[in-house]
Design a binder for this molecule. Sequence first.
Ligand SMILES: NC(=O)c1ccc[n+]([C@@H]2O[C@H](COP(=O)([O-])OP(=O)(O)OC[C@H]3O[C@@H](n4cnc5c(N)ncnc54)[C@H](O)[C@@H]3O)[C@@H](O)[C@H]2O)c1
Length: 438
Amino acid sequence: MADRYLHFTGTPAGRLLTRRLGLPQPATLHRWSAERPHLEGALLHLTAGRSTRTEELAAVLARTGLPAGCGNGPVAAVVLDATGVADPAGLAEVHAALHPVVRSVTTSGRIVVLGAVPSPTDHHQAAVQQGLEGFVRSLGKEAGRGVTVNLVRIEGGAGAAESTLRFLLSPKSAYVSGQAVTVTDAEPGAVADWDRPLSGRTALVTGAARGIGAAVAATLARDGARVICLDVPQAGEDLERTAARLGGTALALDITAPDAADRITAEASAGLDVLVHNAGITRDRRLANMDAARWASVIAVNLTSVLDTTDALLKTGTLRAGGRIVATASIAGIAGNNGQTNYAASKAGVIGLVRSLAPRAYAEHGVTVNAVAPGFIETKMTAAVPLLIREAGRRMNSLAQGGDPVDVAETTAWLAHPASTPVNGQTVRVCGQSLLGA
Ligand SMILES: NC(=O)c1ccc[n+]([C@@H]2O[C@H](COP(=O)([O-])OP(=O)(O)OC[C@H]3O[C@@H](n4cnc5c(N)ncnc54)[C@H](O)[C@@H]3O)[C@@H](O)[C@H]2O)c1
């Protein structure tokens, strides 16, 4: 369903009228394309407090493809290293560093604050490092013009955050804002080719016939993966078409079938590297009107199948060392939603699964487990939402527009990246910093 308001505000008359009336002014976001793969403008590397990572970070930032800024010309991205901030005086340096430059960031630009993990033993450091989260979330709401603001907490060296910084400082993260992501000190997997990081790897995407799943399959294929596209047999033609377009294979299978994991193992006989749990359904009713069948079908597709296939594919070793699991939650699982007790329970369940399994899956199998939590994404699922609620969903976020399936797909591809080993147990919202559950 086209966002006509976004189109209208992109015209000179629309811009004038909406500005006069004080209505939301969504910017046209710069998303990744082969023609425009990088942000357009310079990168400013700033520091607050005393950092021990300056040189290593500079080397990582030099590899993002963005020229270093020297004070004049458009600024596409600002990276503020606040890892050494440990008291309120350091926090004042955060203000002093960003205050003069925040206005010069271009449309669809990026502000990334690097923090440290709040200390369990030093409450002064913990207070100000937690303070950075409030700072980032507020700046995300103020920035406007499609500028995103995110916090990356690093446990170890800046090198562990390379895949994360490359993602956040690229057009691939256009709809990710107001997030706090922790990067551990785990050793990143080797990358032979940053343009095709999944080359030689096999990925399975559930619910791949259409919507977000089809975009995920296409993005992983762009990154070099051989994709197995799974969807229900009723989705037959769409599924075949998606798989054929990507040079992948189609697996017509209901993910809730008792033999689903066996069928996947048979299809991926040489092993799997990336497992994307994307298939999902809604069966909305308020609890008082919800029969047991609506409850059961949503839990079965959105949660039980995720638990069962994850367990089986780890146990059989089908998902091999260096593997990645990316599950699909929802902001409804964080904020709750009227008429969605079943759906929100299933999606909050996915977040619980990720949090609990991630450390064990990595220790025992060398596999990371993360989730994406989409906000309002323009798909057939949201096209079915009543008009007024749909308009509210689109506008009630810092970017004043809905996301595209590709926004969730790019976030999934970052989590599936071989160099993203240090990103584990995270739930990353792809919601333009929605007001819901923020
Ligand atoms: N669209 C949004 O705004 C939004 C927001 C938050 C979360 N999500 C989640 O993102 C995921 C994709 O959503 P979408 O908007 O692309 O939905 P969609 O309805 O367009 O696509 C979902 C796909 O999953 C498939 N599927 C459903 N049940 C299945 C089963 N039992 N076995 C195999 N495949 C099955 C469907 O056939 C369909 O192709 C879902 O998990 C959804 O809950 C979407």
